[in-house]
Design a protein around this ligand. Structure first.
Ligand SMILES: Nc1nc2c(ncn2[C@@H]2O[C@H](COP(=O)(O)OP(=O)(O)O)[C@@H](O)[C@H]2O)c(=O)[nH]1
Ligand SMILES: [Mg+2]
Length: 298
């Protein structure tokens, strides 16, 4: 059987977490149309007849302006250096930019210290890109790195996903006994996933600046025979943000709670009672103690 550790790398919002979920074939990472949704590396295991893909979804590489963001970028670069294979993702809808080049430069640098078994360039969201625009894009990226392979993919529609799996296993070595049991899909605890699901629903229901300012802390996660009680605090940085999340007569928070509860019930296979509070905590993204409490500690 084959296995290897794969780093999923790229600018924010290119589709890293969506690809992770497609390869694990289960939703293990939250996804949103806002950048910087993924804040910590997430391990997902893809079980295939050929062996195991040990995938690590990383926070998008960007210029950090907060301690939280600096930790996010640092953690992504740490994962890069310890992986066997790298997937560099670029958004097929967008021309190559400095953000993509920054990612490529990190791979070049890491590859001088230890050489990767393979580095793939994946052009994402291929379902949204005309074929006539794909070719020039491939040409533009071709000379920037000695890619093992350039593959346009759509994690959403599945285009080329199984081809990518095939190409990846072709680069991996026999590893002897596999590291993870068949039913192991992610390293996140139910408590962590509950927090992430709430954050995803908040991100989906709000716009602009707000998403960056949101942190979810699970105060209580108590399983009883009948029901699991979850108490969550949603942290924001300003009073105005609190108002937005709560919404008119508490409507938005209620909606977020309902969507989050339904998804948790389905994922965890248990009945859930979810209680949520919104709390203003100025500057939490630069507060090391709060970052640790939220699970973003290094
Ligand atoms: N149409 C389309 N949208 C995608 C695809 N992959 C990701 N997206 C969307 O792009 C946005 C960012 O995805 P996400 O996986 O969170 O990106 P990340 O920040 O790189 O992890 C979300 O709105 C996704 O639904 C794809 O293959 N096709
Ligand atoms: Mg992500």
């Amino acid at each position: 059987m084959k296995s290897g550790q794969l780093a999923i790398l790229g600018r924010p919002n290119v589709g890293k977490s969506t690809l992770l979920n497609a390869l694990v074939r289960e939703k293990v990472a939250i996804v949103s149309d806002k950048p910087q949704t993924t804040r910590m590396p997430i391990l997902g295991v893809g079980h295939y007849p050929e062996g195991q893909l040990i995938l690590i979804d990383t926070p998008g590489l960007h210029t950090p302006h907060h301690r939280l963001n600096a930790q996010m970028v640092q953690s992504a670069l740490g994962i890069l250096t310890e992986s066997d294979v790298v997937y560099v993702l670029v958004d097929g809808q967008v021309p190559p930019g400095p953000g993509d080049q920054f990612v490529i430069d990190q791979v070049i640098q890491a590859n001088t210290d230890r050489s990767f078994q393979a580095v793939f360039l994946l052009i994402t969201k291929a379902d949204l890109v005309a074929k006539s625009r794909l070719l020039p894009l491939i040409e533009a990226f071709k000379t920037r790195y000695p890619w093992t392979e350039i593959v346009p993919i759509s994690a959403k529609t599945g285009v080329n996903v199984s081809r990518l799996v095939e190409l990846t296993f072709a680069c991996l070595q026999d590893s002897g006994p596999l590291l993870y049991e068949e039913d192991f899909l992610t390293n996140q605890s139910m408590r962590q996933m509950a927090g992430e699901i709430i954050r995803e629903k908040v991100l989906a229901s709000t716009h602009a600046e707000l998403p960056y300012a949101v942190g979810v802390f699970i105060e209580q996660f108590e399983e009883t025979k009948k029901i699991t009680n979850i108490l969550a605090t949603i942290l924001v940085e300003k009073d105005s943000q609190k108002g937005i999340i709560i919404g008119k007569s508490g409507r938005r928070l209620k909606e977020v709670g309902q969507l989050a509860r339904e998804e948790m019930e389905q994922l965890f296979g248990m009945k859930i009672y979810l209680e949520m509070w919104v709390k203003v905590q100025a500057g939490w993204r630069d507060n090391p103690r709060i970052l640790t409490d939220l699970g973003y500690g290094m």
